[in-house]
Design a protein around this ligand. Structure first.
Ligand code: NAD
Ligand code: UD1
Length: 351
């Protein structure tokens, strides 16, 4: 089946939005997730939104036996691999957990894919692999380095994918480097549901706006930026979801070129692509936009810089545009509006 896709981590924040985009684009999906950082309810809501049941399998990517059962039951065109742990602070405290889950888990998945000759993968990488960038906007050839185990786990997987592509040219391995995903589905039914007090800016702001948290701490106002606060490339999660559809469509198109001609190699090897808007927004600009949309005051205080933070980060988006024909469409206002809709409709997330 050319349109059947295994979505690991598909119950999570980005995965759930991508399931909707994949279904709408005509892909058939099977979700595989251990629910370690997500809820079955997200899948129920995705099912409701698309008006069709979703095949969901509760399982761990480190469990080769369980994965084999899934590959025995389905013939996949490829895998979109979201499954992973993502909290930077937790990764510093529990590095073995992060390397085991994100690196060993990916190796197990790749081994099973090899056994079943499924050699198309879209991997969730991150702008974190660029470390502190020397030049802006950041393009895919920029040097890579990481300062924490979470980032290292993403970078290590990228190195593994590169080596794999060299060892066997029939692999197509697209590494999508996400900038800062925010926002929620416009229905307000699915969104980001942090387990604890959020580490990331947008969910923190929205919990202050709804009155769950008292005030935002802004980590540093002495950066060499427009207003001294950090600058990031925030991207709406539904735009990001669409980027995955474009990546699969690209793979399908490339692999179909010269079909039947065994002298031609059409796989794409290892291909890193940034998914961002190409525009930087400062922390204070985001606070102001959110306050305007929600019509709520967002109290804040300036505190010291957060360890490991960089001043500015935004993407060069020309590869995504030229190769995938994909571009982010939604604005900062859209991102705030959709986050706010999700927040007020679900003050306690999926619980
Ligand atoms: P998320 O935590 O909401 O989703 C990840 C999903 O993977 C969860 O549903 C979790 O239960 C599942 N999972 C984790 N370990 C698993 C395992 N061993 N086996 C099976 N399932 C497992 O996170 P997200 O924000 O949707 O991120 C998706 C991917 O994108 C992650 O790999 C993350 O590192 C990467 N990423 C996220 C961001 C971001 O800001 N959200 C930025 C860059 C990259
Ligand atoms: C963080 C992670 C990065 C990960 C990304 C997406 C760190 C050092 N980096 O990136 O590895 O890929 O999330 O999950 O954790 N801010 C505040 N107050 C807050 C929260 C954030 O001022 O309460 C500021 C930060 O200093 C930064 C900006 O807001 O300038 C964005 O922060 P955040 O949303 O955490 O994303 P990143 O730091 O870009």
């Amino acid at each position: 089946m050319k349109n059947k896709i295994l979505v690991t981590g598909g119950a999570g924040y980005i995965g759930s939005h991508t399931c909707i985009a994949l279904h709408q684009a005509g892909y058939e999906i099977v979700v595989y997730d251990n629910l370690s950082n997500s809820s079955r309810e997200a899948i129920n809501r995705v099912s409701h939104l698309i008006g069709a049941p979703i095949e969901f399998i509760k399982g761990d990517i480190r469990d080769a036996k369980a994965l084999r059962q899934v590959f025995d039951a389905h013939q996949f065109f490829g895998v979109i691999h979201f499954a992973g742990l993502k909290a930077v602070g937790e990764s510093v405290a529990k590095p073995l957990l992060y390397y085991n889950n994100n690196v060993s888990g990916t190796i197990t998945l790749l081994e099973v894919m090899t056994e079943y000759d499924v050699k198309n993968l879209v991997f969730s990488s991150s702008a974190t692999v660029y470390g502190d960038p020397e030049t802006l906007p950041i393009d895919e050839t920029a040097p890579r380095s990481c300062t924490n185990p979470y980032g290292q786990s993403k970078l290590t997987v990228e190195h593994i994918l590169e080596d794999l592509a060299v060892s066997d040219t029939s692999w197509s391995l697209i590494s999508l480097r996400y900038f800062n995903p925010v926002g929620a589905h416009p229905s307000g039914q699915i969104g980001e549901d942090p387990n604890d007090i959020p580490n990331n800016l947008m969910p923190y702001i929205s919990q202050v706006a709804v009155g769950k948290l008292e005030k935002l701490s802004i980590f540093g106002n002495d950066y060499p930026t427009v207003d001294g606060t950090g600058v990031r490339d925030f991207i709406h999660v539904t735009d990001l979801a669409q980027g995955h559809v474009s990546a699969l469509n690209y793979l399908d198109k490339q692999l179909s070129l010269n079909e039947g001609d065994t002298t031609q190699q059409n796989s794409v090897g290892f291909l890193p692509i940034n998914l961002g808007t190409g525009k930087g927004t400062s922390v204070l600009e985001l606070v102001s936009a959110f306050s305007e949309v929600s019509r709520q005051a967002i109290p804040y205080q300036f505190t010291g810089r957060r360890a490991g933070d960089i001043a500015s980060c935004y993407a060069s988006v020309s590869s995504a545009k030229d190769l995938l024909g994909w571009e982010a469409k939604l604005s900062i206002t859209d991102m705030c509006q959709d986050t706010w809709r999700w927040q007020i409709a679900n003050p306690n997330g999926y619980n």
